[in-house]
Design a binder for this molecule. Sequence first.
Ligand code: R1X
Length: 251
Amino acid sequence: EDKLQYHIECQAGDIAPVVIVPGDQGRVEKIVAGLSDARKMAENRGLITYTGKYKGHPVSVTSTGMGGPSASIVYEELINIGAKVLIRIGSVAGLQDYVNEGDIVVPYGCVRDDGASNYYVPANFPAVPSPDVYSSLTASARERKRKIVTGINWTHSCFYKRDPEYFQSWSRRRVVSLEMEASALFVISYLRNVKAGFIGICYANRYRQSAGPKVDLSVKSPKRDVIENSVQEAIEITLTAIKKLYDGDLV
Ligand code: R1X
């Protein structure tokens, strides 16, 4: 299937084999700033695609929007037109006391509450990244001496659920973070035989926010600078990881 895709409005030839897939449209240009010869290929319904190069290797960036249902559309359409490696750079909230604003999280598995992957596979099917992408991300973080958090991430679907137990139950099971798109990415990529990985930047600590009886989810962290620095570092780690994948013939 190489025809013009319904939502992303790209076709075969428009994208690189490696595509970075942030949820946030505002993050697209920050990633594109790290590429050379970048060209905007399409924009439709907040799904923005650029293609360029990193150290000579072709790389694209496409925003997915929030949540498994929107993101799954983008993952499928990118794979339809030739994506072989998808890497999500996204925001997460910490679920352990030690996962704080600005921390970088690279999960090796997800709890599957993304709202889309259950239409593909039964509940006992796992959501895991490709070992090649996971190792490239962790190796490039290690090279920069950047400490990362790793473990199981919870991909959920209801941002404004305020029940403290909603968060605490997964904290007790040692889940490190939560967000809304990664498990759909892992399941769809596995089923379609492409590689996937996820690098997250922590913007809040839901473990502490949900420790009392009232959960306020609308508090923005005052540590914007720390978070922004980590976003930049996560982008650099991802681009280095992509070079490693190309150099190792793993794309
Ligand atoms: O994955 C989560 C979602 O896309 C992270 O940030 C958004 C919710 O605020």
